[in-house]
Ligand binder design. Structure first.
Ligand SMILES: Nc1ncnc2c1ncn2[C@@H]1O[C@H](COP(=O)(O)OP(=O)(O)OP(=O)(O)O)[C@@H](O)[C@H]1O
Ligand SMILES: [Mg+2]
Length: 1166
């Protein structure tokens, strides 16, 4: 919920002077001081804001403050300039009313700062967007530019605006800024050539000299040293807290943002430099022959440089400083200038040049910031104009300024009263006429067309003949003497004749804000504002486009013999326009007051403030505002604020707010005279009534706070108590439960103990009884057993005796009976069968009858059979019963045999299903079932294996047999003898690896071999000299061995098998083999062959087998040893195999060690 606040909350003194009670100048100032001391620099008079200059940065202009005051009612929060700005902006935006903000106050009171605060507030709360932001930025940045050229340090203010400024900011229907228009009033141009003690020239001169780069200064022909320029006062060139160099950058940047072109900025700076140069031109007198004095330029250097800067011919300007031409109709008269006149002309030119430049700047800024659309717009005007000035020595400028303030006061009173009146009418309150001082009469004294002071001054200026300030004063004395507000020593009013405070050369005007004494000296001259035509013509001749533009009257083609309008006239006209403009707008006032003359914070000088309060007419303002009713407030906030004072309106009033307020006032018994009901507001006549309401409210709020506190405390205590109570119940419940649980546990354990004791006692008793009973029973049983035992043993002895006697007879009898019974049974069976056969034949013939008979017979036979069987069984049974114990001995063996038979049968049948697969390599064999079958089982395994091997062999083809034969042979030769052998087992012996018959490359070689090739492969022939290998094709045929060149296939050596004596190989994992030839054979001329092949096993096996099958050769010897002799030519060389480490990943290496030794190093296999 939004908290409604009011201006009346936390007030220091009174926030609105209208509520001041009692109202007097003292209480007014005391209230201002009280608030100022508490950093409350803003105070209202109704809707007027009084602003005290704090002379220090207060934290009241933050973005948070902007948000706080945004969209709030004027009286809702404590007084602030933002409240006024917000009110003005909102009524502009929402009610479509053009606004003007009039900021007045004396120099240094904070007008310019206030205007900037208003602008920045409006900029912060109005619309946003790229275009809008640009406009805002341009409007805001126009300030630094104008301040640089139009502000100066004065004794009153370090940043004193030396011109009046009115700025119209234009908004569209949404309240977004569109642009603006600036009007400037009366720049204090005299400052350009002369500054009072302790003051400076316009900031821009110092900024340029301190801030511009060396390069720029060089271009402008300037020196950084202020002391080089006559126009710059030196005693306060540097101002504390003012950084001219930094400000120069700010100004340049601002000019760029506002839209100045680079060449425009340069032109402006050239003009500023020209003014400085102009100040340095000095003159000396030179007497002429005709006795007149003539002036001459002392040092032409500055003139030259200035002329260069502005593009003026030096002689032209020089002449302009020496002569004055007066044109009257057809005549032209030239007169020479004396030194004083030359200086006058120089300064007039400097002043004009600068003030025109300033006006041009304003026009140029206006061009940039003007609204781009022609659409209807709303306007907010901000007027920052010099305040009323009363100095010791007041001149034409003060007269003009005070006239302007007089006009503003007039419009202020007029508009305030009008507004007041309008509100009364709006609210239906009766309007009672208010007595107030109307300063129209003073305005009239100054501006009246016929006999106003300005009109007379103009008249004097235009009058032919000698015109001086004295003649002007005389004129005033004659014409205005009768005026109530005009005072002069020479006036007809005798009371001033002896007034020594009024010098003869002065006149005094009683302004609304006090009496001001004006010295007539300089009035005529300043009003004339004379620039010799020669000067403007010289300027017009300049090549510099801007300066040409500034002096259009210098155009010889447009010679205007009419005098230009006087300064007074121009000012009056522009003030008139301004007033008309302001009258169409809704005014908002900011009255600035400076608290002290020292530019110091925390100092409040009563006399100074009192003086300002007087001439700002603030008391008058309060009185007007309070004339009818001092305070007014809309019904809703009023009811909201005071509803607690009446039971009927507290806490809620359901009806309309006005009725609520009526009930409230009636209940509070406020005298009916003290207030009136308007349409939407209540009007309270006297602040006392309001304060009594406030006091009652404060009291009531205290009571309410006490009540809220009381109820809250009661509620808090009760809640606490209830919580305690609830907790206590919970705690006691838990405790009781715990106690009872403990008690119960105790009783329970006691009971258990008693119970266990009782049960134990009973059990023991019972146990004793049972034990006794059991012992009795056992005794009886033992006795009986012993007795039965004795009986039984006696019977047993008897029976044993009897049985021994009968045994032989019984056995024989039993056998005989058995045999007899079986024989009879067989007989009966035979008989029955015979009968059955007869019956079948009979039945076949006799059909059903016979079968029936047969069945009968069968039945009969069966019955007989059964009888016999039963008989036999009975006999058997009888025998078995009687002789069972004798059977056992025989039956055991039979059962044993039978069991053995049965086991064997099961074992053999079982083998059928558990026998292993038919593969000869399969090693599996079922486990033996019984240990006694151990031998049989092993034997059977062997038989089974032989049998399946035979079966397997029977499947072999002849070729396969040959392969296996070779493999078998290899195994016989190499197994466990050569380490290379195991790796060859899994390799099939392919024989023709080179596919010699198919490969066309070997066609020739194939054809040169006449027998069938059994093996063809590439082998390495070891060089006898160095042990290196050369690749050779190795062919084995039935007849012999052929070695051929690998590339060409050319036969290198052919050895018939019979020439081979033996083959030598090592025991190791190498492929070296030596083919040894029989001594004396044809092949043995070159000696033995030492070859090497991976397929050594296959080669030697095949060679061995071939040698064996060849009819005319003996079996080839295969010699396996790690050292053998080989015949090379005529030498016997020993080939020795040693174990060595693998080199370069390569396997075997062969080296010729010496004539007798060839060493083959074979890597040890891991
Ligand atoms: N609201 C403020 N907060 C802090 N300092 C302020 C404020 N208003 C004014 N000042 C200080 O007072 C100085 C003078 O203020 P400002 O230039 O606005 O006076 P002015 O009324 O425009 O005077 P002039 O008529 O000479 O132009 C400022 O430079 C600033 O230091
Ligand atoms: Mg100012």
């Amino acid at each position: 919920m939004e908290v409604k606040t009011s201006l009346l909350d936390n007030m220091i003194g009174v926030g609105d002077m209208v509520l001041l009670e009692p109202l007097s100048e003292d209480s007014f100032i005391e209230n201002l001081r009280n608030r100022f001391d508490h950093n409350e620099i803003y105070t209202y008079i109704g809707s007027v804001v009084i602003s005290m200059n704090p002379y220090r940065a207060l934290p009241i202009y933050t973005p948070e403050k902007v948000e706080e005051y945004r969209n709030r009612n004027f009286y809702e929060l404590s007084p602030h300039i933002y409240a006024l700005a917000d009110e003005a902006y909102r009524s502009l935006r929402d009610q479509d009313k053009d606004q003007c903000i009039l900021i007045t106050g004396e120099s240094g009171a904070g007008k310019t700062e206030a205007s900037k605060l208003v602008m920045s507030y409006v900029a912060a709360v109005c619309g946003k967007g790229q275009e809008v932001n640009k406009v805002k930025e341009q409007l805001l940045q126009s300030n630094p530019v104008l301040e640089a050229f139009g502000n100066a340090k004065t004794v009153r203010n370090d940043n004193s605006s030396r011109f009046g400024k009115y700025m119209d900011i234009e908004f569209d229907f949404k309240g977004d800024p569109l642009g603006g228009v600036i009007s400037n009033y009366l720049l204090e141009k005299s400052r350009v050539v002369k500054q009072p003690r302790g003051e400076r020239n316009f900031h821009v001169f110092y900024q340029l000299l301190s801030g511009a780069s060396d390069d720029t200064l060089k271009k402008l022909k300037l020196d950084r040293d202020f002391s080089k320029y006559n126009y710059l006062s030196l005693d306060s060139a540097a101002v504390i807290g003012l950084d001219d160099a930094a400000n120069f950058r700010t100004v340049k940047n601002a000019m760029q943002i506002v839209g100045f072109m680079e060449d425009e900025v340069q032109s402006v700076l050239q003009l500023v430099a020209a003014v400085l140069k102009l100040g340095n031109i000095e003159f000396k007198p030179e007497s002429r022959s005709n006795g007149t004095d003539e002036s001459r330029i002392k040092d032409k250097n500055d003139l030259k440089e200035m002329c260069e800067l502005l593009g003026i011919e030096q002689s032209v300007l020089e002449r302009a400083f020496s002569y004055r031409t007066v044109e009257a109709k057809q005549e032209k008269v030239s007169t020479t200038l004396n030194v004083a006149q030359a200086y006058y002309a120089r300064d007039a030119l400097a002043k004009n040049l600068y003030s025109r430049l300033f006006s041009w700047l304003v026009t140029r800024i206006n061009e940039s910031i003007k609204a781009q659309t022609k659409a209807r717009h709303k306007v907010m005007g901000v007027l920052d104009i010099y305040g009323f000035e009363i100095f010791e020595d007041n001149s034409f400028e003060q007269f003009i300024i005070n006239y302007c303030n007089e006009k503003l006061q007039q419009i202020f009173i007029e508009l305030t009263l009008r507004e007041e009146q309008e509100e009364y009418v709006r609210e239906g309150i009766e309007w009672t006429n208010i007595e107030y001082f109307n300063n129209a009469i003073i305005c009239d004294l100054i501006e009246n067309h016929q006999n106003g002071i300005l009109a007379m001054l103009d008249e004097e200026c235009l009058r032919p003949g000698t015109v001086t300030d004295e003649t002007f004063l005389d004129k005033l004395n004659t014409i205005c003497a009768g005026h109530k507000h005009f005072e002069s020593r020479q006036s007809k009013n005798s009371k001033f004749l002896t007034d020594h405070s009024l010098p003869h050369n002065c006149f005094r005007i009683q302004h609304y804000a006090g009496k001001v004494l004006y010295r007539a000296e300089g009035f005529v001259d300043k009003n004339n504002d004379l620039l010799y035509r020669d000067m403007s013509q010289a300027m017009y001749k300049a090549k510099h486009s801007l300066i040409k533009q500034l002096f259009p009257e210098g155009n010889p083609a447009k010679v205007n013999l009419k005098r230009p309008p006087t300064a007074g006239f121009q000012f009056k006209a522009s003030v008139g326009t301004l007033m008309r403009n302001l009258q169409t707008k809704n005014p908002n006032y900011i009255r600035c007051i400076k608290p002290n003359d020292k530019k110091a914070s925390h100092i409040f000088t009563d006399t100074l403030v009192c003086h300002q309060v007087r001439y700002l007419g603030l008391m008058e303002n309060v009185r007007v505002r309070r004339a009818g009713y001092a305070f007014r407030q809309a019904y809703e906030p009023c009811l909201e604020r005071y509803k607690m004072l009446c039971k009927r309106t507290w806490p809620h009033w359901k009806g309309p707010a006005r009725e609520g307020v009526e009930v409230l006032m009636a209940d509070l018994q406020v005298p009916a005279d003290d207030f009136s009901y308007g349409r939407s507001k209540i009007f309270i006549r006297n602040p006392r009534t309001l304060f009594s309401l406030e006091e009652r409210r404060r009291q009531c709020l205290q009571d309410l706070a006490t009540l809220i506190q009381k109820i809250y405390r009661g509620h808090k205590c009760r809640s606490h108590f209830l919580l305690l109570k609830k907790s206590q119940i919970v705690v006691s419940a838990w405790y009781r439960r715990y106690a009872q649980e403990k008690k119960y546990q105790k009783i329970k354990s006691a009971t258990t103990v008693v119970q266990s004791y009782t049960r134990g006692w009973q059990a023991r008793k019972l146990l004793r009884e049972l034990k006794y009973q059991k012992r009795c029973e056992e005794a009886v049983t033992t006795i009986a057993a012993f007795w039965h035992g004795t009986q039984a043993r006696m019977e047993l002895r008897r029976l044993k005796q009897e049985a021994q006697n009968k045994h032989a007879v019984t056995v024989i009898w039993a056998f005989w009976q058995g045999t007899k019974a079986r024989r009879e049974l067989r007989q009966l069976k035979e008989e029955a069968r015979n009968k059955h056969a007869v019956s079948v034949i009979w039945a076949g013939w006799q059909g059903t009858k016979a079968r029936r008979e047969l069945r009968r017979l069968k039945e009969e036979a069966r019955r007989k059979n059964a009888v016999a069987l039963i008989w036999a069984y009975w006999q058997g049974l009888k025998v078995r019963r009687d002789y069972r114990k004798f059977f056992r001995a025989n039956a055991g063996k039979k059962i044993y045999d039978f069991t053995i038979q049965r086991i064997m049968q099961k074992y053999f049948l079982g083998l059928k299903s558990t026998s292993p697969p038919m593969s000869p390599v399969d090693k599996s064999w079922p486990a033996r079932p019984y240990r006694f079958l151990d031998g049989v089982h092993a034997e059977l395994r062997k038989i089974f294996h032989h049998w399946r091997c035979k079966k397997y062999r029977s499947q072999f083809t002849e070729e396969k047999k040959a392969v296996y034969k070779e493999k078998l042979e290899a195994s016989e030769i190499f197994k466990d003898k050569k380490a290379l052998y195991p790796s060859s087992v899994s390799q099939p012996f392919k024989g023709d690896y080179l596919e010699i018959t198919k490969n066309p490359k070997y066609q020739k070689l194939n054809s040169s071999v006449d027998a069938k090739v059994l093996l063809a492969d590439v082998v390495n022939k070891i060089n006898r000299a160095n042990g290196k290998g050369t690749a050779r094709i190795f062919l084995l045929t039935k007849k012999g061995v052929v070695l051929a060149d690998q590339k060409t296939g050319q036969v290198k050596a052919s050895v018939p098998l019979p020439d081979l004596a033996s083959v030598s190989v090592s025991t190791q994992n190498d492929g070296f083999f030596a083919l040894k030839l029989k001594e004396g054979s044809a092949s043995a001329i070159k000696g033995d062959f030492l070859l090497s092949s991976e397929r050594l096993i296959e080669i030697i096996t095949k060679l061995h087998l071939t040698g064996a099958t060849a009819a005319d050769s003996e079996r080839l010897n295969i010699d396996i040893s790690d050292e053998f002799l080989v015949q090379f030519n005529h030498d016997k060389v020993c080939v020795k195999f040693i174990q060595g480490a693998a080199r370069n990943g390569n396997g075997v290496s062969c080296k010729r060690k010496n004539n007798r030794l060839l060493e083959v190093s074979v890597p040890t296999t891991a």
